[in-house]
Design a protein around this ligand. Sequence first.
Ligand code: SGN
Ligand code: CA
Length: 535
Amino acid sequence: MNKMKTITAVVLPITLMNSACTVKNAPKEDKVKTPNIVYIMTDDHSYQTISAYGHPLSQLAPTPNIDRLANEGILFRQAFVENSLSTPSRACLMTGLYSHQNGQRQLGKGIDSTKTFFSELLQQAGYETAVVGKWHMQCEPKGFDYYNILWDQGEYYNPEFKSKETNGKYVKEEGYATTLITDHSIEFLEQRDKSKPFCLLVHHKAPHRNWMPEPQYLDLYEDIEFPKPETFRDDYATRCSPAHTQDMTIDKTMTLIYDLKVYELKDRPPYNKEWNVEGLEQSLDRMTPSQLKTWNNAYHTRNENFIGQNLTGDELLNWKYQRYIKDYLRCIKSIDDQVGRLIAYLEKEGLMDNTLIVYTSDQGFYMGEHGWFDKRFMYEESFRTPLIMHYPKAIKAGVKVDALVQNIDYAPTFLSLAGVDKPKEMSGVSLEPLFGGDKPTDWRTDLYYHYYDYPAIHSVRRHDGVRTDRYKLIHFYGEGKMANDKDIDCNELYDLQEDPHELNNLYGKGGYEKITAELQTALTNYRTKLAVDEY
Ligand code: SGN
Ligand code: CA
């Protein structure tokens, strides 16, 4: 069956069509020169915790290996996702389509697997393709010669993987997820057909909730007091109801047992069953005796000290923030090490020059901004995602670009580099024109975002919106279906230049009529041209 025929045609906004002319014809004759692709995607890695992005947090916990890719390559300062959640982002990556086009609107609801995945097109063009780590979609990996994927979200310790060798069964392996995923990635590189170009997707589990560090880093950063973001105490004044009704605060949502690992509270007051004791118990039960011993050596005394202090109010909140940030950054340290290990392998094999290495995350994450963890909202910390590309043959070292890019652009970029025609239905555009560091005059001037996963964990309401270089319009909508949620139809407008933390909703304020009308037109145009059927 010709899968291309099953794709529904859409009319693209003019701003998205401009770069379509960069797509080349037919696979290149000379396969040797066709670039390899190593795409590294972590799960929930904030740009605030990559030192190349320069945020204060990351200066205390640097990421030298990821930074190296940025220093020798291109760093995208305005990279965004289309729908800030795992499976939707993965579907955007594989198809180059928006969520409503590829079917993966929500975390649990399925991808339309009749859509073409870029991996299939690369395979047809002679690439050897592989995916390792978190796959997380409800269809089997499609278009891959090699896969070694985690079950569902995957586990940090001794996770289950399935591959062709395990006959499709998930088999538990001893070790730490970040290391094992890198092991399997290198295994693929070792055993691949060296006459072919390759495309390897390395999808890490870390640093997803509940942020379990590897044994060697359980004590890392323990003596550091990390600064809190300026918006830690946001009271959401001026905002529509969703910022008030979400369930993702460090203060109230984050649990002392599951998230912050104070297992000792299990049988002691003030035990609260909502702290998800079972979640942590299951994670600890998976450990080998030696892993568990190392774990307890690190946490037990600290936890007893914490319980003994009986902290309340601001002191308790600060303790929670410090434990959260430290565990998260410890997971990042392992990621950075393993990125370094993969780079070292590529260097040893002489593959650095002819390989595009991408570092990104499936979305951004809140490191306490607005008092939150998790993602989902169209506010900057979760809408934005880190994006770094390294490809010495085509990318100038140390380039930083501010052009608006989105995760639907990755598939078109890979196809373009491989010399494969982009299916005209694909909504994203190749990022190749940005590789020199300049923004072409016809580059897109705005981006569309749409979040659908409500009712769901963390209670973030549905919304869509549009963002330009300077302004953002968000429309929250839909029936209230959880707790005391009301039906809503509410807008927010931000001037990101004057108010980068998005504290001052300007919608309906005098003096902003013109920009509001312009953004509203842009949003309406997206909905119409992309045939968005829900908002
Ligand atoms: C799990 C997490 C949530 C998280 C979602 C989606 N809870 O449900 O906190 O928002 O995954 O994350 S947990 O108790 O299971 O850790 S995503 O990255 O896969 O989109
Ligand atoms: Ca994620």
